[in-house]
Design a protein around this ligand. Structure first.
Ligand SMILES: Cc1cc2nc3c(=O)[nH]c(=O)nc-3n(C[C@H](O)[C@H](O)[C@H](O)COP(=O)(O)OP(=O)(O)OC[C@H]3O[C@@H](n4cnc5c(N)ncnc54)[C@H](O)[C@@H]3O)c2cc1C
Length: 409
């Protein structure tokens, strides 16, 4: 007897989850892709651009979104998480929970709801450095391209302004959470990473106004980000002329993350080059322990070294203090000259590492909490849920995961 082909479940709609989904669907198998936030694209969609080619994030993702739209074998659920997985290879039973969808799929993204919405919320796409209305479009390239209503901030029926303004009858403020039960053949875990919590690194003074993390910097330098076409420092919205990068902020440190996150050195070189393109006279110092760049990313190192306004200082920053005018004094030992140095910067960027996002189902992890390859048969962790890696390695890993998943019936 032929078995009915069950779909593959993919948890996480970042670069690796999206790639796995299209690869599986395009060989003829059904896919269910779930993402816990309202839009697909993961961490990469928030970047200014990405190495090695410094393409905007939409390049690569946009074509995959098109492949998703065109392929009826892919069903995706956003604002959705897994709450239960049981069963075994070929026959998993999963329960999904979707947060209330106050705006329905017939939304045309006309924006009338946001125009009349009286409430503001922190814009999570910009890590809370800007605000949106409680009825908001997550970002201009959002997939799905529709508005959302933030349950936490919306005043619901006591306000009702958005319902009255919507010409398409696309808003239902009484919508409830939904539970979906499915049977799937295998589960690909593409839950990716989050940034290490910089507030835990006391000596690097993340609490200071002008100290931000590398992921926050992506939104500061992006033209659709915090300062528009300008890089503006948080304390006074002025354009900083002296910017310092602190590599291994908490990484390769037994008190924080004992491992190397593999991408932070190239990310900071990318950031330095991004600043130079915007402000060729800006002075940039990158404090590092070892510059770890592999393969084609070596080009970035050479480009940075050739730029007289980018200085690479081999030395771990021990302390950052804030001056009265919100500048920052970075203290480090320059290993090559043997001298202790103090450098005054107008803005500092902490290159914090990658930690796994995790998942509320019980899977095997290594000592750093990344998922290991040793899982119950039919459960396949992929890309940054397994270990830190760049986009091109994540995409290759996703293709390998697709190949494993389609063999399970
Ligand atoms: C500062 C910085 C800059 C970088 N710049 C570059 C660069 O320029 N070039 C490059 O090649 N690489 C870069 N990287 C690495 C790049 O971000 C990763 O390679 C990439 O994000 C891996 O994609 P992913 O899909 O595995 O994970 P993610 O991008 O983290 O996507 C995971 C997705 O899963 C979702 N998710 C998590 N948990 C759940 C759950 N329980 N249920 C449902 N969904 C869930 C998340 O919301 C997210 O959408 C950089 C990394 C950092 C830290």
């Amino acid at each position: 007897m032929d078995k009915i082909q069950k779909p593959v479940l993919i948890i996480g709609g970042g670069m690796s989850g999206v790639t796995t989904a299209v690869e599986i669907a395009e060989v003829g198998k059904e896919v269910i892709l779930i993402e816990k936030i309202p839009y697909l694209g993961g961490n990469v969609i928030k970047f200014n651009n990405y190495f090695p080619k410094l393409c905007p994030p939409t390049c690569g993702l946009e074509i995959n979104f098109k492949r998703i739209k065109q392929n009826s074998r892919i069903k995706y659920y956003t604002s959705t998480e897994v709450i239960e997985v049981s069963g075994e290879k070929g026959d998993f039973k999963v329960k999904l929970k979707t947060t209330p969808q106050f705006i329905k799929n017939n939304c045309t993204a006309c924006g009338k709801c946001a125009e009349v919405c009286p409430v503001e919320r922190p814009n999570d796409f910009n890590y809370g450095f800007t605000k949106t209305k409680a009825a908001y479009l997550p970002h201009e390239m959002a997939f799905p391209y529709k508005f959302f209503i933030d349950d936490e901030f919306c005043k619901k029926e006591s306000c009702n302004k958005c319902v009255e303004a919507c010409e398409y009858n696309a808003i239902d403020l009484s919508a409830k959470e939904e539970i979906t039960e499915l049977e799937v053949s295998s589960v690909v875990v593409a839950t990716g990473w989050k940034n290490y919590d910089a507030s835990k690194i006391d000596n690097l003074n993340y609490a200071a106004n002008n100290v931000i993390t590398n992921v926050e910097f992506e939104r500061y330098i992006a033209s659709n980000g915090v300062g528009g076409d300008k890089l503006l420092r948080p304390s006074d919205n002025t354009e900083p002329k002296k910017i310092a990068f602190v590599q291994c902020a908490g990484s390769r440190d037994e008190n924080h993350l004992p491992y190397c996150s593999a991408v932070c050195c190239t990310a900071s070189l990318k950031h330095a080059i991004n600043i130079q393109e915007l402000y060729p006279k800006a002075e940039i110092k990158i404090f590092y322990i070892d510059m770890r760049v592999a393969g084609r990313n070596e080009d970035f190192l050479n480009k940075a070294k050739a730029n007289k306004n980018i200085e690479l200082v081999k030395g771990k920053v021990g302390k950052i203090t804030e001056t009265e005018n919100n500048n920052l004094i970075l203290e480090a030992e320059d290993i090559l000259s043997g001298k202790k140095i103090k450098y005054e910067a107008e803005m500092a960027v902490l290159a914090t590492g990658i930690v796994p996002s995790g998942l509320n189902i019980n899977l095997n992890t290594d000592k750093d909490h990344f998922f290991t390859d040793l899982q119950p048969e039919g459960i396949i962790p992929v890309a940054c849920s397994r270990k830190p890696m760049d986009v091109s390695t994540s995409v290759k890993d996703a293709t390998a995961a697709a190949l494993k998943a389609i063999q399970i019936n």
